[in-house]
Ligand binder design. Structure first.
Ligand code: ZN
Ligand code: ZN
Length: 411
């Protein structure tokens, strides 16, 4: 038997119904805030992710599904299954020249992403994200709105047990200074850090602050390191941006915690970064994360455009929400006259009812058994009913059966 690949999963029946609900609720939440849905391809040129996600990130280094296509000139056609969707949306923004339109341009998406990781609880190789990206606004009111939307989305799934963590990484100038002081502080302990952090030290030292390895955690917990990390290093412009944002959040009554160790895994973030965590998710506690990426559009060949967004893990969200059962159809038509059964089913659907019919050739008792598992009510269409023009309607929860003379009483 051929099975689904490791780290992938089929979604069916009630689960599928709940996934549909998730997308619908997300769509309604974002539409109210003026976001339109964007659908970009699930594969892109490998170069997009190398440049867009960043060559020092774990994703690009270890986790991409990359293929060579196109025969002899293989290297010219290296494609990659998207490991995240910000790079793709930015690519589309540039390709369609959306900077010519009046800002902001606001998009949301829902779809599968692919990362080659060791499958474990809460992590799949094909997983799904819902995300938003907003282009063209530098003002912190945009940051506040994005964070508010993230919270709003979780609340529309009746979730309340979560915490917002917030940090500012600063701009190009102040981020660079910060990186240098972190490197200086860490240098004496570099030998004792994990192999990943040794690489990060050279390529993206801020990511060391995010390391979950116990040996690195221990070093990060040292007073002299903490002192450097917790120092207010950001420049006056960045500080003003961050203070205005926290003011807005206070004004909106949003609880948040400033976490100076929060850096996020991707290279492109600057200024505001945030995560929303749920205590119910164990070690994979972030359900949603995002931030500003004011230089990414330019990095990928577009005009200078400030931007901000977030992405939410749908599998993680799914594990937290209350599930609902699929609504049963209104009617199941029990009959051995399939022409009449089909006609009645189509007519009921046109009248706005949901209806299925039995494909026949079985005893009514068998058909009723199927009906009782499938629908709310059965319409029995035997010879008498057809010849005399009435319907026998059986309520499948109470087993009560009534005679209905008029079609309009069915709808
Ligand atoms: Zn700055
Ligand atoms: Zn480490």
């Amino acid at each position: 038997m051929i099975k689904a690949q490791r780290g992938t999963k089929d979604i069916l029946f009630d689960e599928s119904y709940n996934w549909e609900r998730i997308e619908k609720i997300a769509s309604e939440t974002f539409r109210k805030a003026g976001f339109s849905k964007i659908q970009t391809p699930i594969f892109e040129a490998t170069e997009l992710f190398n440049r867009g996600v960043g060559e020092s990130s774990d994703i690009v280094n270890k986790e991409m599904y990359t293929f060579s296509v196109g025969g002899a000139k293989k290297n010219e056609n290296s494609i990659t299954l998207r490991p995240e969707n910000t790079a793709g949306v930015v690519r589309a923004y540039i390709e369609h020249n959306l900077s010519r339109l009046s800002p902001p341009q606001k998009f949301w998406y829902f779809g599968p992403m692919f990362r080659y990781e060791r499958p474990q609880a809460g992590r799949q190789r094909q997983f799904h994200q819902i995300g938003i990206e907003a282009f063209g606004v530098e003002d912190p009111s945009m940051d506040a709105e994005i964070i508010f939307l993230a919270i709003n989305l979780l609340k529309s799934f009746n979730l309340s047990d979560f915490e917002v963590e917030l940090n500012s990484l600063g701009c190009k100038t102040c981020k660079e200074e910060y990186k240098n002081s972190i490197k200086e502080a860490i240098l004496p302990y570099l030998d004792k850090m994990c192999p990943d952090c040794k690489v990060r030290y050279q390529k993206n030292p801020l990511r060391i602050l995010d390391c979950k390895q116990p040996s690195c955690q221990e070093i990060l917990g040292l007073e002299e390191i903490k002192k450097v990390v917790l120092k207010d290093y950001i420049c006056p412009h960045c500080k003003n941006h961050f203070d205005t944002l926290t003011n807005y959040l206070d004004e909106l009554g949003i609880n948040y915690k400033i976490n100076k160790f929060l850096v996020r895994g991707l290279d492109y973030y600057n200024r505001t970064v945030f995560e929303i965590k749920s205590s119910h998710l164990g070690s994979q506690s972030a359900i949603l994360g995002g931030g500003r990426y004011d230089s990414l559009v330019e990095t990928l060949g577009g005009p200078k455009t400030p931007a901000i967004g977030f992405a939410l893990g749908v599998e993680r969200l799914y594990s937290l929400i209350e599930k609902v059962e699929v609504q049963k159809p209104d009617y199941y038509i029990v009959s051995n006259n399939q022409k009449e059964a089909l006609k009645l089913a189509l007519k009921l659907r046109e009248s706005g009812k949901s209806a299925e019919f039995d494909y026949g050739n079985r005893k009514f008792s068998k058909q009723l058994e199927k009906a009782s598992k499938t629908a709310k009510k059965a319409i029995i269409l035997g010879e008498d009913e057809i010849n005399q023009g009435f319907y026998s309607v059986k309520d499948l929860s109470s087993s009560e059966q009534i005679k209905v003379d008029n079609y309009n009483d069915l709808i």
